[in-house]
Design a protein around this ligand. Structure first.
Ligand SMILES: NC(=O)c1ccc[n+]([C@@H]2O[C@H](COP(=O)([O-])OP(=O)(O)OC[C@H]3O[C@@H](n4cnc5c(N)ncnc54)[C@H](OP(=O)(O)O)[C@@H]3O)[C@@H](O)[C@H]2O)c1
Length: 188
């Protein structure tokens, strides 16, 4: 059965990127063999993914995609939320959308055909899925780093007992993986 998942790396201070959108803090972390294997295991079960425009533009820039479009990192159909007209990547299955997330989620579930839906980020876009009860899992690679501000992990109020910790795994000194299940708020 399809699960809708927020899988991301976060700093322990609750931010996923620096104020200038840099992921330098993440690339500096020492990984273990087990932590390196987590992403390939995760993405193998993903059938569709969604991201906001800042994340998309970061990928375009970081991968040099406007010069080398073959480097788009995802095989799965990808939805990009934006109110602006953004450049597309030749050969990549990227669909630009805006507004309510629920109808887009329905398209993603259909495209995923039983595999999972990945909400890549940023945090507010994930919050829009939470707002309408459409997020099932939160999977965090937590880096042992405090830097203060930046892009927030998930700027919403989600309080006990809605978050259920499923597992916590230490990967060396720089990294831990926390898996949570999110219980939808009772209607009314
Ligand atoms: N650590 C990690 O693993 C990780 C994972 C993901 C992202 N990141 C980074 O974290 C940062 C996140 O940036 P961010 O917080 O700005 O989030 P974002 O979700 O990437 O981008 C936010 C923008 O997306 C557009 N958007 C969002 N929801 C929309 C909707 N429903 N309809 C239309 N447009 C919508 C809006 O911009 P416009 O309408 O102006 O286009 C909004 O300002 C980026 O630097 C990214 O690279 C890190």
């Amino acid at each position: 059965m399809t699960r809708t998942q927020y899988y991301t790396a976060t700093r322990i201070d609750g931010h996923i990127a620096d104020a200038d959108n840099s992921l330098g803090w993440l690339f500096a972390l020492r990984q273990t063999e087990a932590s390196k294997q987590e992403y390939p295991d995760f993405i193998a079960d993903v059938g569709a993914l969604a991201m906001g425009s800042t994340t998309y533009e970061w990928i375009l820039d970081h991968e040099g995609l406007l010069e080398e479009p073959g480097r788009w990192p995802y095989e799965q159909p990808s939805w990009v939320f934006s109110s602006r007209e953004l450049p597309s990547v030749p050969g990549a299955d990227v669909r630009f959308v805006q507004g309510a997330v629920a109808p887009v989620h329905a398209q993603m579930v259909e495209a995923a055909a039983g595999r999972n839906v990945w909400v890549v980020g940023g945090g507010d876009l994930v919050g829009q899925f939470v707002d309408v009860g459409l997020l099932d899992d939160i999977i965090l690679g937590v880096g042992s780093v405090f830097l203060g501000g930046g892009a927030p992990l998930l700027p919403r109020r989600i309080t006990p007992p809605r978050l259920r910790l499923i597992s916590a795994t230490a990967h060396g000194e720089d990294f831990a993986t926390l898996r949570y299940e999110l219980i939808s708020e009772p209607a009314g």
